[in-house]
Design a protein around this ligand. Structure first.
Ligand code: BJ8
Length: 430
């Protein structure tokens, strides 16, 4: 890929040497984690291709669009309103933030005891190795956790950054009205950026576009309720990660194609593990691409990971936007209703998330939950206490893993996950 896209990367102002190093590491990691899996669905071929071209062809597509005058908007949170972005003929993409590669660059400026996701994304902008950052005309941030909120101020020194103010009690009437006004302000911002007016008709079409993507992902997720699951946790995670970067129409079609193959597998009783493999839910902080660490450890230890209660997972696609009318006001209000259902740990109280976790565990037959916290993420870390209590009531064991993007603790995590799976096996034997 390197030679083919060299000119494009140079034009994007990327650090070519460093970027080459990154591509080398990613290629090896992907081969080791993904291509070594047995019995993968054939339709995963498309997603392997997307990964192989994630810094190449997709970036070219985005920049071809930009050459025609269309804008690219980068984001880090599922609160960034995709529907409004697409309604203004702009494309929304997830920015790099899932690798340790850029953390040392960030640590030259930021405090070390900060969430790795935040350090990673700031480092990627600083060291100019994320082509999505380099292709973005605007970054959309949000006031979710304190770390992100403050680092967006620094990101704004490097690239125009618009920060959405998120109500921290989003499902109250007051919170919803506040969020409605924020959406209107975002609409004005995105119209200014693109020079395109958002009409009810355009917004209706983009709601349908993103709803279709969310529905395809939910269709895929629902198939994982089968025992054995027809797809591995790693492959499902990869698709959820790619959902933030690929073209939504093509991506939706490819996910639906995969679902057809998985339905066939279910019909024929074909799975990726034995029926007896312990079924695990992973719940907690989002895992941005290429964060595959916990899934690969759990899978190698013999677990069947069947659901991710995560923003790179069910929190993104469980609900769709359901307008009750045709006016711009009705459509915006429907977006408010949908987004206010996202149970991010930044909110308080957040009992909705506890209900969602226990419901998902039952729905997907999870026999245990691995609670995943990134280091220094206080919101997910503290909320883990309430999650553990709620799971205990349901008789479900929980293992809490607090980690970063380095591989230094992999052996220790492996030992803990293996012991956890033994507990589950022991419970089953009883
Ligand atoms: S809606 S989960 S995507 S904010 S950056 S909170 S890991 S300390 S990402 Fe998130 Fe939106 Fe919420 Fe979802 Fe913790 Fe790190 Fe903060 Fe993080």
């Amino acid at each position: 890929m390197s030679e083919k896209y060299m000119e494009m990367w140079k034009n994007l102002g990327m650090d070519i040497e460093k970027h080459n190093q990154l591509l080398g590491i990613l290629g090896q990691y992907y081969t080791a984690v993904y291509l070594s899996q047995k019995n993968r669905p054939k339709s995963m071929g498309y997603f392997d291709f997307v990964v192989s071209e994630i810094h190449g062809l997709r970036i070219k597509e985005l920049n071809d669009q930009r050459a025609k005058g269309n804008k690219v908007v980068g984001a880090f949170c599922i609160y960034a309103p995709e529907e409004l972005t697409y309604a203004a003929n702009a494309t929304m993409v997830g920015l790099c933030g899932g690798a340790d590669f850029s953390v040392p660059d960030a640590e030259a400026i930021l405090p070390r005891n900060l969430c790795p996701l935040i350090k990673s994304f700031y480092g990627f902008k600083l060291n100019r190795t994320c082509p999505y950052f380099q292709s973005s005309d605007l970054v959309v941030g949000e006031t979710t956790c304190d770390g992100k909120k403050k680092v967006y101020e620094l990101v704004n020194e490097l690239i125009p950054t618009y920060v959405l103010e998120i109500p921290h009690k989003p499902d109250t009437q007051k919170g919803k009205e506040f969020w409605y006004k924020e959406l209107e302000a975002f609409q004005a911002e995105i119209e200014k950026l693109t020079g395109n007016k958002i009409t009810a008709e355009k917004l209706k079409a983009s709601i349908e576009l993103i709803n279709n993507k969310r529905k395809a992902l939910k269709r895929l997720q629902d198939l994982r309720a089968k025992n054995p699951s027809p797809i591995s946790g790693l492959d499902a995670l990869l698709i959820f990660q790619i959902s933030f970067n690929d073209d939504p129409v093509r991506f939706t079609a490819k996910v639906n194609e995969l679902c057809e193959e998985l339905e066939e597998r279910v019909h024929n009783g074909v799975g990726v593990t034995s029926k007896d493999a312990p079924r695990i839910m992973i719940s907690g902080c989002p895992m941005a691409i290429p964060n595959w660490k916990l899934h690969s450890i759990a899978q190698a230890a013999g677990a069947s990971v069947v659901v991710e209660e995560s923003c790179v997972g069910t929190r993104y696609f469980t609900d769709v936007v359901e307008p009750k009318g045709e006016s711009l006001h009705d459509l915006l209000w429907a977006i408010v209703e949908k987004y206010s259902q996202i149970p991010c740990a930044c909110f308080t109280p957040n009992n909705k998330r506890l209900d969602s976790i226990t419901t998902l565990a039952k729905q997907f037959g999870a026999q245990g939950v691995i609670y995943y916290t990134l280091q220094n993420c206080h919101d997910y870390n503290v909320e883990g206490i309430k999650v553990e209590r709620a799971l205990k009531v349901e008789g479900l064991p929980m293992l809490k893993i607090e980690t970063d993007y380095t591989m230094g603790d992999s052996e220790q995590i492996k030992t803990r996950v293996e012991a956890f799976l033994e507990i589950i096996e022991g419970k089953k034997a009883h």
